[in-house]
Design a protein around this ligand. Structure first.
Ligand code: FAD
Length: 384
């Protein structure tokens, strides 16, 4: 397995220290106020978190996927919402860096790298997010660009993002359907509205919104890469990074839950001994530590695959599936270990438990990912 370079290790350590010093002391208050973490986001920009996926000459330094996964882990260990605040941004940055025209790279990447411009990706629609090829948002080609009509939902960071990578149909009649799908880089222009912030179980402080496009005109050069019909395949490649990021978020949340549970189990006494000495509690801690370690190795493996330039859809899918299911279990077990305090909003464990299910659903549900994995398992092993 590839190791982090010295510079990458320093980045992960810097972020970990920042999480302990700046995030953990304020997170409970921000969470329960559902307050947008303006000051923390500014500090993330200063640390270069928004530019992690952008190489020179547009950014300072693009880190490896393994480093990116570890930075995500550390930030999610402090607050999952902060990790979500740069996940889609990194995917859009990678899409532009990989598929964008020179003009698109020059226009967007330098500002995305500093976080001055933030980006999000809009795939999901009110009628469904899993069957993406059935999407209904249409961008009709006209002489000087496209006219967009349609709606998107659950789009994270939509209010604070100045750029949306919009998955839409430029040819609704194309067969196969994916050949009619393109990505448009849409700025906040007339006809595009962010209409509603959706109320949610966790992932507080950061907005997830409905978007509407009503005869929204964008120029021809908004088309990612300048070629229609490539959007589905471009986005699927972007989602490999997205799924490694979501897996990293799940690991970070699980690590926080484990750390809290381990500390609590040593301080809390029952029947005259610290509770970790009761075998049932000790077994929970042993299983939590084992599962977190396994999840990390799986995600780093997926990241290394991505870095090697190979297709990593199966590996990223496995990592997202395993890590998110692991986080759901570990966060519930952390509540068990905390007893009644686990149910209290004065402790952080209830937040981890509310945040964990997002990673099961986001960036492709785990049910859909199992379909991706089994298809690859059959393809790669050959048919009998
Ligand atoms: C807080 C939050 C933030 C989000 N942020 C974004 C964002 O920034 N951008 C964005 O585009 N989307 C975002 N999403 C949307 C998310 O990606 C979708 O919710 C997800 O892809 C599922 O789509 P859906 O909700 O329409 O469920 P549906 O597609 O309606 O699925 C419903 C159920 O059916 C199952 N199902 C569907 N098809 C199959 C199948 N073929 N095989 C097996 N089971 C199947 C699903 O697994 C699920 O259990 C976000 C969601 C949340 C909750």
């Amino acid at each position: 397995m590839a190791a982090l370079s010295t510079e990458e290790q320093q980045i992960v350590e810097l972020v970990a220290r920042w999480v302990d010093d700046e995030v953990r002391p304020v997170v409970n208050e921000l969470e329960h106020a559902n307050a947008y973490p303006e000051a923390l986001i500014e500090q993330m920009k200063q640390m270069g978190v928004y530019g992690l996926a952008i190489a020179e000459p547009y950014g300072d330094f693009a880190v490896s996927a393994r480093c990116y996964a570890q930075v995500t882990e550390e930030i999610a260990r402090g607050w999952m919402s902060l990790a979500g605040a740069f996940g889609g941004h990194s995917v859009v940055s990678k899409l532009i860096a990989r598929f964008g025209t020179d003009e698109q790279k020059q226009r967007y990447l330098p500002r995305l790298a500093t976080g001055e411009l933030r980006a999000t990706m809009a795939l999901t629609e009110p009628d469904g997010g899993s069957d993406l090829q059935a999407l209904r948002t249409v961008a009709k080609p006209v002489a000087d660009g496209y006219i967009i009509n349609g709606s998107k939902t659950w789009i994270t960071n939509a209010r604070r993002s100045g750029l949306v990578a919009l998955l839409c149909k430029t040819d609704p009649d194309a067969e196969p359907r994916h050949r009619g799908i393109s990505i448009l880089l849409v700025e906040k222009v007339a006809g595009f509205t962010v209409s509603r912030d959706l109320p949610k179980l966790g992932y507080k402080g950061v907005e997830s919104c409905e978007l509407h496009f009503d005869d929204c005109h964008v120029p021809t050069d908004a088309l990612l890469g300048g070629e229609e019909g490539k959007g589905f395949s471009q986005m699927m490649q972007g989602l490999e990074t997205g799924r490694i990021q979501v897996a990293g978020r799940a690991i970070g949340v699980a690590r926080a839950a484990f750390d809290d549970a381990l500390g609590y189990a040593q301080e809390r006494q029952a029947f005259g001994v610290p509770i970790w000495q009761h075998q049932s509690v000790g077994n929970l801690l042993a299983d939590m530590a084992t599962q977190i370690t396994a999840a990390q190795q799986l995600n780093y493996h997926a990241a290394d695959c991505l870095d090697s330039g190979r297709r990593a859809d199966m590996e990223a899918g496995m990592a997202k599936l395993f890590c998110s299911e692991m986080a759901a279990k570990v966060t519930l077990d952390a509540i068990r270990i905390h007893g009644g305090h686990g149910y209290s909003t004065e402790f952080d464990v209830e937040r981890y438990y509310r945040d964990a299910p997002l990673m099961i659903v986001g960036e492709g549900t785990n049910e859909v990912l199992r379909n991706v994995i089994v298809r690859q398992v059959v393809d790669r092993n050959g048919l009998v």
